[in-house]
Design a protein around this ligand. Structure first.
Ligand code: PLP
Ligand code: COI
Length: 345
């Protein structure tokens, strides 16, 4: 298979239309999802009154396909994305797709777009975006009858400019997710409400927003598109615990890698902004499929800078080790735990 003629090493995180996508439909009449198929058409035709357009009934996932050192194409723990999409569907009253069909859809769409999977060593990957939404008309506030599930792919480079360079973020005055709301699922609406906040952050020179818990505004939750990791003075990996943050697959994988590959201590607990202000953490990072691990060098808290000890010049030693071990596993250079790597071809 001949690869597309793309300057792989200079890709940003942007949409590029690739050849094939996967589509499956659910109708209330059939009471189930159809078998789905790979199609060419990237356009969606729907009613002006489709549920997704009015009451934001949509959820999505994000994962990546990698070319390994020995030339295979693989995805990373797609079953966990399938399980999380089911949780998102439960929260939004969307009929659940089976994890088997989800994993099969990822397999088929990556296989069909193999020419778009960036070669090993370019720093780029094929981002895979599964999403599901209410497509039939709804006017009273209720779930739609019919749904569509789609998966498209797009080759991407680093989410933050500069790749692994430390970023400058701010503590946000906007809230991301209410305590008993939808913060723990990947609902499109969680991102809609972050758009004004991210534009405002960018306009003020910050790469991302750190959201605090809305109830007390004292605890660190996560950013708009990634979970947060801390390294404390004892070299422990500290992970904020909250019911209203997304259970990041990258973060869960990194916790395992930290403990079992790097021999680190890992703690999941509430993390107070005050601890960050006191300088209790020597490294801070954002983690997620898109972000991988992006180091945070400086945090602005209402005009006052909190300088993280690892600084703005380069990624700290623990984040570097975590990042390279995870990437090594994903790209086939380090042996993966059983079941983590799904080989496409
Ligand atoms: N938190 C938010 C709000 C996200 O959008 C993402 C990205 O998917 C993550 C965390 C990281 O999750 P994952 O590692 O499963 O990609
Ligand atoms: C991902 O990491 O897959 C996400 O969905 C985050 C998004 C901000 C791009």
């Amino acid at each position: 298979m001949e690869k597309k003629n793309i300057d792989w090493s200079n890709l940003g995180f942007a949409y590029m239309k690739t050849d094939k996508r996967y589509v499956a439909n659910y109708t209330a009449e059939a009471g189930k999802w159809d078998d789905g198929a790979i199609v060419d058409d990237d356009k969606i035709v729907m009613s002006e009154d489709a549920g997704v357009l009015h009451y934001s009934q949509s959820a999505f996932e994000g994962l990546k396909a990698y070319t390994t050192k020995d030339g295979h194409i693989v995805t990373f723990r797609p079953d966990l994305n399938g399980e999380r999409l089911q949780q998102s569907c439960e929260g939004l009253e969307i009929p659940k797709l089976s994890v088997e069909q989800f994993v099969d859809s990822i397999h088929k769409v990556v296989e069909a777009n193999a020419a778009w999977v960036p070669p090993f060593g370019t720093g780029a990957t094929l981002y895979v975006r599964p999403f599901v939404f209410g497509i039939s008309p709804v006017i009273g506030v209720k779930p739609a009858d019919d749904y569509q599930y789609r998966v498209f792919t797009t080759p991407v480079g680093p989410y933050f400019k500069g790749g692994a360079k430390p970023i400058y973020v701010r503590i946000s005055d906007f809230d991301r997710a209410a305590p008993h709301g939808t913060g723990n699922i990947k609902a499109g609406l969680n991102y809609a409400m972050s758009l004004h906040a991210i534009v405002d952050a960018h306009n003020n020179g910050f790469a991302e927003n750190i959201y605090l818990d809305p109830a007390t505004r004292t605890k660190i939750e996560e950013t708009g598109g990634a979970n947060i990791l801390f390294i404390d003075e004892d070299d422990t990996l500290v992970i904020p615990k909250s019911n209203s943050i997304l259970p990041s697959i990258t973060r869960r994988s990194l916790a395992f890698v930290a403990e079992h590959y790097l021999g680190m201590k890992v703690t999941e607990r509430e993390v107070y902004l005050d601890e960050v202000k006191k300088g209790n953490f020597k490294e801070v990072g954002l983690c997620g499929t898109a972000a991988v691990i992006s180091p945070v060098g400086k945090i602005n808290d209402h005009g006052t800078d909190i300088n993280i000890a690892s600084g703005m010049d380069e990624m700290g030693p623990w984040m570097t080790k975590l990042r390279s071990t995870l990437l090594g596993i994903q790209e086939g250079e380090i042996e993966a735990p059983e079941g983590w790597i799904h080989r496409i071809m």
